[in-house]
Design a protein. Structure first.
Length: 285
């Protein structure tokens, strides 16, 4: 195809030099859109819908290969209007994405705060301290609370059961949410990407046998920890005791210093599912 290696590299260089700055910007923009679209979909039920659409597409290819006329006709009608079908199926996700861009803040975009950087770790330590402080204050006042810190497992299904808050992780905000007369105090708070994402969320209860001393909040904390790698902090309304659930293990009567250290270990480490404190990595329920 090319007379010599020199000609080959000449062609490559001409292609490189012909690329304009707006071509590079165009590629970066499309890549970012795809990245955040996939990231958003993985956190919601829409990801399962996408898998369903892909599965239907595979079936369509199979029936087309074997010339199944009736089935091929039905699938061809479906895929001829696939754009409108996708808009209908993903209407909530599309609306949420547009709303997110509308109230967007560049500082909240993850590429501007790299996980593991000093800035990121400082923010995580501050959040850990605020969560621990709020739990301690509510413990002293015997105010029941349930806080879920999302790990690597997306909690989109849980978040969808609550009300979006989108607030910084501060002690006063957490205390206000769980104030006994507040409208969202009965559910759980979900903390995602160092933000109080939603409140009033409903968690799955554990299906395993637990102590009769444990109430609904503790059963919900265990259920959440059994179904994800999230760390769940519970404050008992009856006793004021603080407990932490992770990987199906419930550690009770946690003190302020221990809670701060545990939360810091969970939020700052690169592998939040591996906790060193209180035997979470070793103990079985």
């Amino acid at each position: 195809m090319f007379g010599s290696v020199k000609e080959f590299f000449d062609v490559i260089m001409r292609l490189i030099l012909s690329v304009q700055w707006y071509d590079i910007a165009d590629i970066i923009f499309v890549a970012l859109l795809l990245y955040y679209a996939i990231k958003m979909l993985r956190q919601t039920r829409a990801f399962n819908l996408i898998k369903g659409v892909i599965f239907v597409g595979v079936i369509y290819m199979i029936v087309s290969t074997f010339n199944m006329s009736a089935t091929t006709f039905l699938f061809s009608r479906l895929f001829s209007n696939i754009f409108f079908v996708m808009v209908i199926l993903f209407q909530p996700e599309i609306r949420h994405a547009i709303e997110s861009f509308g109230r967007g803040d560049l500082r909240k975009i993850s590429i501007f705060t790299v996980r593991g950087s000093d800035e990121y770790n400082d923010e995580m330590r501050k959040s850990a301290s605020n969560i621990a402080r709020a739990a301690t204050i509510m413990s002293e006042k015997k105010i029941g609370a349930l806080m879920v810190i999302e790990g690597k497992t997306p909690l989109g299904e849980i978040i969808s059961t609550g009300t979006q808050v989108d607030s910084a992780v501060t002690s006063p905000v957490i205390e206000n949410i769980f104030f006994p007369k507040a409208p969202l105090h009965d559910g759980a708070v979900v903390i995602r990407d160092n933000r109080i994402h939603s409140a009033g969320c409903i968690l799955p209860l554990t299906q395993n046998e637990v102590s009769l001393e444990l109430g609904t909040r503790h059963r919900a904390a265990l259920g959440m920890s059994e179904n994800s790698d999230a760390l769940v902090v519970v404050v008992s309304e009856e006793t004021g005791a603080i407990s932490v659930a992770h990987r199906g293990v419930l550690e009770r009567d946690i003190k302020l210093g221990e809670l701060t250290e545990l939360l810091t270990d969970y939020l700052v480490t690169e592998e939040p599912e591996k906790l060193r404190l209180f035997g979470f990595a070793r103990r079985k329920k």
